[in-house]
Design a protein. Structure first.
Length: 454
């Protein structure tokens, strides 16, 4: 079953950039000047395993019907009428402006399922605008940078939620396993860590080429696996070496393919070689997975070559907590891709990491923890004034993301934010998964009001 999505919003918020990203080639003209797109343009889009029709539209502007801008708006309204769902895009750096609020009402009146996109989220500049987007009444905003190819996995999840029946059928048509959704897994690591050998052992056949020579795998190859009734779609990837050593064009493309596999995975297994585990490049790869917000499992391969001295696993866990401080408690499993040792434990760790990554916490339980955490360790005074943290809410999962409403958000020290994240992990049993914590200042009801003169 095919479906159609229209990308709408005011001029110059990045609609054509997203359109080009979804269709996989530069079809729509892109320029910093507003108003480059005038007609609606259709293309065949792909997002993850979903194939659909996407419509690029002119920027919405208030204008007379007979004017050029008015006719462009009519084209956009026709696209909205044709679409099964709408991507409503705003510029996260500027936040919602009156035009956004006016056209959000237009989209709401259409009755079409809508995904709110806060685009241009690269860096820190877009965070405030993203949270202000809640005021548009279109649900949780998806943080996106269409230009830098960031946030598309979250857009995929939002589209699946907006059109559950249509996207489920589209997934089936694109050969996704039927029944319960397959967990999407990427196996990543340095060259020659044993990624292809591990997948061959899991599926029970020599499906992927293996060699002692580093660099045998070039493309991100996906294979299906049914493990005790749970379906998986596992991507083998090229080894990721240090940037300074990646000099051939083909290898650069292979590494780029591996990074894309990480972005569309739900769980990423970082495979280490037991003889030199937790080298600097291993840490960089794990950091990359954390930055992408994927669930993570550390697998230490070639365990059959290691002398099994007492406490060896405990020492590796200590290394993981020491080297990967932002992923405290990350699951760690010792395996042998050659003999099959530890593979049951690895698959169970993947399932559990996926469950934690999808975790939703009730607001009441969250705020009971929040009150206790602040009482146990109050936020420090800054410039002689005590910081006030009012309440917390979970903005989304995949990964678990939370917003704290407070006074003077920019004054809260990073150390105190780390304390809250670590306390969250411990209180709600979320080991290893990336946790996003943002601070937002409560709106001042008196801001902008004229002062009374006596």
């Amino acid at each position: 079953m095919s479906f159609t999505v229209a990308i709408v919003g005011r001029p110059n918020v990045g609609k054509s950039t997203l359109f080009n990203r979804l269709v996989g080639r530069r079809v729509a003209l892109v320029d910093d000047r507003p108003g480059v797109t005038r007609d609606r343009r259709e293309g065949e889009a792909r997002l993850g395993d979903l194939d659909f029709t996407v419509i690029d539209t002119a920027g919405l502007e208030e204008s007379a019907p007979e004017s050029l801008s008015g006719r462009m708006r009519a084209q956009t309204e026709t696209a909205i009428a044709q679409a099964d769902a709408i991507f409503f895009m705003i510029d996260a750096r500027s936040g919602p402006i009156p035009d956004d609020r006016y056209f959000a009402e237009l989209v709401r009146r259409s009755g079409k399922p809508t995904v709110l996109i806060a685009n241009k989220m690269e860096g820190e500049s877009g965070q405030a605008g993203r949270f202000d987007a809640y005021a548009l009444g279109l649900g949780d905003p998806v943080a996106l940078s269409a230009e830098h190819n960031e946030g598309l996995p979250d857009l995929y999840d939002a589209l699946r939620a907006a059109l559950p029946a249509e996207t489920a059928e589209a997934s089936a048509e694109s050969a996704e396993p039927t029944g319960p959704q397959a967990i999407k897994v990427a196996i990543v690591g340095r060259p020659n860590a044993g990624k292809s050998t591990l997948i061959n052992r899991l599926i029970g056949e020599d499906r992927l080429l293996t060699s002692s020579e580093a660099g045998t795998t070039r493309d991100a190859i996906a294979v299906k696996l049914d493990w005790h009734g749970q379906k998986f779609r596992i991507h083998d990837t090229a080894g990721i070496r240090r940037r300074g050593r990646v000099d051939e064009k083909l290898e650069k493309l292979s590494v780029s393919d591996a990074l894309n596999a990480v972005r569309f995975a739900e769980v990423v297994v970082v495979l280490l070689d037991v003889e030199n585990a937790f080298e600097e490049q291993d840490q960089r790869i794990a950091d990359l997975v954390e930055q992408e917000g994927r669930a993570i499992v550390i697998a230490v391969n070639k365990w059959d070559l290691k002398e099994h001295t007492g406490g060896a696993i405990s020492k590796l866990r200590e290394q993981a907590d020491e080297k990967l401080t932002q992923m405290k408690g990350v699951p760690l499993v010792a395996v042998s891709a050659l003999t099959g040792e530890g593979l049951d434990r690895l698959m169970q760790a993947i399932v559990q990491a996926h469950e934690v990554w999808n975790k939703r916490i009730a607001t009441s339980a969250l705020n009971r923890w929040f009150e206790h955490a602040i009482e146990s360790h109050p936020p420090p005074a800054v410039s002689g004034r005590r910081l006030r943290l009012n309440y917390i809410t979970q903005a989304k999962n995949r990964p678990p993301s939370f917003v704290v409403f407070c006074t003077r958000a920019d004054a809260v020290p990073d150390a105190y934010k780390r304390y809250l994240v670590n306390s969250l992990r411990e209180a709600f049993d979320m080991p290893g998964t990336p946790i996003r914590l943002s601070l937002r200042e409560k709106d001042n009801p008196f801001k902008g009001r004229a002062k009374f003169k006596h």
